[in-house]
Every structure is written in C-alpha cells, then in structure tokens.
Design a protein around this ligand. Structure first.
Ligand code: URA
Length: 242
C-alpha cells in the first residue's frame, strides 16, 4: 500500500498533508525517514511513525458515537443531518456506515464501522445480539406489562416480539429494556401496544459495548483494542451458531 494512502486510511493525515510531511522529514518507515509519499509499505509488517508517534494500522475502523437527538442513523440524507456528519472530514472519506438504526430522537450508543461482514453478523435476526435501552414512559409500567415483555408483545402489525426483559426503576415510569432483536420502532411500538408511551429512549449497550459516559452527545471515539477484539469474537461465535 502507498504510504500516503496508509496515512490517510489511518486517519492521520490527508494524502496532500502526507506528501508535505514526507518532504519535511516527519514520516519514518522502519526507523528511516521516508523518501517519497508514494513508496510502497506493508501496513501489517512495517512500522511507521508520523511526527514522532507510531501509526497503528486498523484494517477496519470501529467508532463509538454518543448519538444526539435530531440526527438520523443513515449514511446520507438529502434533508437531515446524519450520524456520519458528526465525524471529521478524514473519516467521512471512508466507507463507514452505522451498524443498525436508532430513531431520529433516540439517543446513545451507535457503532459506526466499515466492516460489512461484522455488521451483518451482529445485525442478523438469527443472532439475537443483546441491546439495552434506558427509557422513560408517560405512565408507570405495570407488573403485568413486565410479564408481557417476557412472554412477547403483539405489535400493531400482528408480530409477536421475542422475549425481552424490562427492569423498572423509580416509580416504574423509567427503567432498562433489554432486547435481542431489532424491529422498526420496536420499543415505542411495544409500549404503544400496552397503552403507554415512550417519552425518552437512549441505547446504553450493544453486544459487549457500553456507552462511554465521558462522551458528550455528538462525540465519538475509536473502540479500544479490547472492545474491538471482544466484538469480533461475539460476531464470529454468532456466525458459527447460524
Ligand atoms: N426501539 C425504538 O422504538 N426506537 C429505537 O430507536 C430503538 C429501539
């Protein structure tokens, strides 16, 4: 792979910035100053430093975003701001997409990646990957409603949801809902079916990932290696059981 492409794929510098940095002697490959931005390097085997810092090659990019209200979880949209619009220009050049969907007014954990195979495995309805949502509702959820969550709720289109869990907090008008599937507007429709209404919804976990509370709404960070390894492991285990 060309050195300038490598630096831009690692979101370190654009290709033109890379060229300038090479000319200024700020890029080293295996301890030697790089002579040309178009030199070929082995992203997995060579060690590259940019302005004194090691550049870690990421074959795939994995980002945790704390989704704010009012942005849509799509790659592009003619009228609305998307979750990708919250990322810097360098990252927007990659083929990133949100792994799954949250409604425009749902907040919280959104995984963004360019690993289509992993996303497919994590989102496959067969795989029952766990998602947890913090909610508030208009009325307290009754104990018998919680039991209906465990058994399955019949939605407006006749679909019966897979067993889900609901943990009630406070006066019962807030809590945590755990789903193992992801139908369109699922939680809102489940509460509607019970004659109640969601007034606040935030995803707090997805598979092994827990929303990082140090991220303000709209902020993002790369997954740590440990998070990424565990996520890849979960996707593979699920794929084997498919
Ligand atoms: N359920 C919903 O109703 N909306 C979401 O965004 C996620 C789950």
């Amino acid at each position: 792979m060309r050195l300038d492409r490598f630096l831009s794929e690692c979101a370190v510098a654009s290709r033109s910035e890379s060229k300038k940095a090479v000319r200024r002697g700020e890029v080293f490959v295996n301890g030697l100053a790089a002579k040309a931005a178009d030199m070929a390097i082995d992203p997995e085997g060579d060690s590259v430093t940019y302005r004194g810092s090691a550049v870690i090659y990421r074959r795939y990019t994995y980002i945790m975003l704390n989704k704010p209200d009012g942005v849509v979880s799509a790659t592009d949209d003619k009228r609305e701001r998307t979750v990708l619009d919250l990322l810097p220009a360098e990252l927007r050049k990659k083929e990133l997409f949100p792994c799954g969907r949250l409604d425009k007014n749902t907040l919280g954990l959104m995984l963004i990646t360019d690993n289509g195979e992993l996303a497919h495995k994590l989102l496959s309805p067969k795989n029952h990957v766990e998602k947890k949502y913090r909610f508030r509702s208009k009325f307290p959820v009754k104990e018998e409603d919680a039991e209906r969550f465990r058994v399955g709720v019949t939605l407006d289109d006749g679909y019966v949801t897979k067993p889900a869990e609901i943990e009630l907090l406070g006066d019962g008008d807030e809590g945590i809902i755990t789903l193992h599937e992801g139908k369109y507007h699922q939680i809102k429709r489940m509460l509607d079916s019970l004659g109640n209404k969601i007034t606040y919804l935030e995803r707090v976990s997805f598979a092994n990932l827990t929303l990082d509370r140090s991220l303000e709404r709209g902020e993002w960070r790369y997954l740590t290696d440990a998070e990424k390894d565990e996520l890849e492991k979960i996707a593979d285990i699920k794929a084997v059981s498919e």
